[in-house]
Design a protein around this ligand. Structure first.
Ligand code: IDP
Length: 153
């Protein structure tokens, strides 16, 4: 079986509120393996590329400002059906609709501050892992027996 990877990011409000630990715990409890982690700031160019699909949305400017408002915690998590399993424990985009027991259902109130991101498909995961960790990082992390800890500016 090929291990699937997904890209997960604790957004600035999640970092500010001290939720990196509880979010990591949820992923570990579910059965995921942490493959890489990086606490870092991101600039507008990276935020715009990450959310490029949403650039026509009326909230795009607000979204980019939100994402660049403080450090984020970028992670690669791996395991079976990693993308779908991550989306399932993260919960719906709008915390109002997110079921209690999901991360957004338990920790967030508002769609503009929904504290965590998870890739929506395996191809998005590959693209986002490349954007945040560099191309080839996913394969290198998958081949490693210990998490790859990366510190970036
Ligand atoms: P997802 O994060 O659940 O995959 P997307 O539709 O890809 O959902 O939206 C990306 C992010 O854009 C959301 O997580 C949220 O932070 C933000 N967002 C989505 N819709 C709105 C909105 O109506 N107002 C403000 N921000 C929004």
């Amino acid at each position: 079986m090929q291990v699937e990877q997904t890209f997960v990011m604790v957004k600035p409000d999640g970092v500010k509120r001290g939720l990196i630990g509880p979010i990591i715990t949820r992923f570990e409890q579910k059965g995921f393996t942490l493959a890489a982690i990086s606490l870092r700031s991101i600039d507008r160019a990276l935020a715009e590329r990450h959310y490029g699909e949403l650039k026509e949305k009326p909230f795009f400017g607000e979204l980019v400002s939100y994402l660049t408002s403080g450090p984020v915690c970028a992670m690669i998590w791996q395991g079976e059906h990693a993308v779908e399993n991550a989306r399932s424990i993260i919960g719906k985009t709008n915390p109002v609709e997110a079921t209690p027991g999901t991360i957004r259902g338990d920790f967030a109130m508002d769609i503009a501050g929904n504290i965590v991101h998870g890739s929506d498909s395996p191809s998005s995961a590959e693209r986002e892992i490349g954007l945040f960790f560099g191309s080839g990082a996913g394969a290198a992390a998958a081949a490693s027996t210990v998490p790859t800890h990366l510190i970036a500016g």
